[in-house]
Ligand binder design. Structure first.
Ligand SMILES: Cc1cc2nc3c(=O)[nH]c(=O)nc-3n(C[C@H](O)[C@H](O)[C@H](O)COP(=O)(O)O)c2cc1C
Length: 465
């Protein structure tokens, strides 16, 4: 029996995300699942009954008529998760929030409110917004360039973390006998003045049961990986093959170590789809049916998203993949856009072949009987492919196949937990509780670092288990 447990996340995407054009037709999915809070609560409870670590809510703030069904009309993550919080007890609640179109004070306050409402179960998936069009919804002509996006992202998170330390844990004695409500020496302003933000603080919310929400991060460029190595306690990514996953995990652990961090405190948690049936043949047939139902026209339109919703319908499908000007996609999902361009070039694909290739590449490495899927997940986990998995959840009975047929096998082998270890997300993920920097400074009798958020070259706040 291994002591390291596989972490489990459930990505709730209602009526279907990219490539899931017909998912919403399932009789099990209400047509309004993406805006139906009861659907989210029921899925979170289903995941909690299976001892999942967390539910994960992806997000974006720019749509076109070609956006995936779930994106067209969905609930704002922290509002949604606050409702889920009061109907669940142990499961973590991770919401995607962009650092490009938010102020850190606002984000710190909203997330910390969720952390209090849930008793210490909040997590933040830090993104910089891949959709360049988001700029137009926030009074800007253009999206930030990569250097600005990621520089702003790093400072944003550091400011939020500084604000979460505004109060030490014993700042509120609330002693009615002595008439002492709070201890003013345990409240700390931030007085941050940086390149992108000026924030005085303090935050008007006391310390939460897990100290600080858990930081997730998603972004795959050099700049994105550098940000992840600096701030992420868990990284949301893709998993194409075991070799690619091993390489990515090793790289991120090494990058974190190079920044003076403990690589054990950076969990790699890719999003995956599982397709399960009684036999491997039946599962593969099920996948073929799902792939066969995909819509070429929708896929062609969706291809535009990484390129800033570039219109690919203007090109001849049977001509070579178009040469695109450098600026197309440069400030959107650049890494993905470049990978698509390289794929087309390396294979001399026409536009049609490229779209067909993308459609078939939605095949999952985790297809088969419960035993096959359990074996494959365990193989990746034990061979350094990932620390956990984020399962994409739409159809409830398909999710139940995973929880009721695959998980028991993994549980019997000691790969996943039997019971929650803690009531906080940090506790269940085995991540350390960040010590309040002012308490730490006092205890180590160093000068309290009132004044500025630590620069990345300076030591980060001490962590304690
Ligand atoms: C696995 C993964 C999941 C992501 N999820 C989101 C998301 O939910 N919302 C969002 O705005 N951006 C999301 N992003 C986009 C990133 O924040 C980033 O803006 C984008 O990937 C482009 O940066 P990159 O070239 O560094 O990957 C995600 C990226 C990855 C790799």
């Amino acid at each position: 029996m291994s002591s390291r447990k596989l972490k489990l996340g459930a990505v709730l995407i209602g009526v279907g995300g990219p490539g899931q054009h017909n998912t919403w037709l399932s009789p099990e999915i209400p047509g309004n699942a993406s805006v139906d809070i009861q659907w989210y609560i029921a899925r979170a409870q289903q995941a909690e009954a299976a001892k999942f670590d967390l539910v994960f809510i992806v997000d974006s703030q720019f749509i076109t008529a070609d956006s995936p069904n779930h994106y067209l009309s969905r609930l704002e993550p922290l509002t949604l998760l606050s409702a889920v919080a009061v109907h669940t007890h142990n499961i973590g609640l991770v919401g995607t929030i962009t650092t490009s179109y938010n102020e850190p004070f606002n984000v710190a306050r909203r997330l910390y409110s969720l952390d209090h409402i849930s008793g210490g179960r909040a997590g933040w998936n830090v993104v910089t917004s891949g959709d360049a069009g988001t700029a137009g919804n926030y009074s800007r002509d253009e999206h930030y360039d990569y250097t600005t996006r990621y520089g702003r992202g790093l400072e944003h998170v550091r400011v939020a973390q500084g604000l979460w330390d505004s109060y030490e844990s014993d700042a509120f004695p609330r002693d009615k006998d002595r008439g002492v409500f709070f201890d003013r020496t345990k409240q700390h302003p931030l007085n941050h003045k940086g390149e992108f933000f000026s924030v005085v603080g303090p935050l008007n919310l006391e310390r939460s049961p897990q100290g600080q929400p858990v930081i997730f991060q998603a972004g795959d460029s050099e700049e994105g990986r550098d940000l992840g190595a600096s701030i992420a306690e868990a990284i949301f990514t893709h998993a194409q093959s075991l070799e690619q996953a091993q390489k990515f995990r090793a790289e991120m652990r090494q990058r974190a170590a190079a920044k003076g961090r403990n690589p054990e405190d950076v969990l790699i948690v890719p999003g995956i789809s599982v397709i399960i049936a009684d036999t491997d043949e039946q599962a593969r047939a099920k996948e073929d049916e799902i792939l066969g139902n995909k819509n070429f026209g929708r896929a062609l339109a969706e291809l535009g998203r990484p390129f800033g919703w570039h219109d690919f319908t203007q090109y001849d499908l049977d001509a070579p993949f178009p040469e695109l000007p450098e600026e197309v996609g440069n400030n959107s999902f650049r890494t993905q856009a470049n990978a698509i361009k390289k794929l087309a070039k390396d294979n001399n694909f026409t536009l049609r072949q490229l779209v067909e290739h993308v459609l078939s590449s939605w095949r999952s490495p985790f297809v088969g009987s419960p035993l096959t899927v359990a074996n494959e997940i365990q193989r990746w986990f034990e061979n350094g492919g990932f620390d956990g998995i984020n399962i994409v959840v739409s159809v409830p009975s398909e999710f139940a196949l995973f929880t009721d047929t695959v998980l028991p096998i993994l549980r019997a082998r000691g790969v996943v937990r039997d019971e929650y270890e803690a009531s906080t997300l940090r506790g269940n993920l085995g991540l350390p509780i960040p010590e309040n920097r002012y308490t730490a400074a006092r205890e180590h009798s160093a000068a309290a670092p009132d004044g500025q958020v630590a620069n990345e070259r300076e030591p980060q706040p001490a962590l304690s288990s």
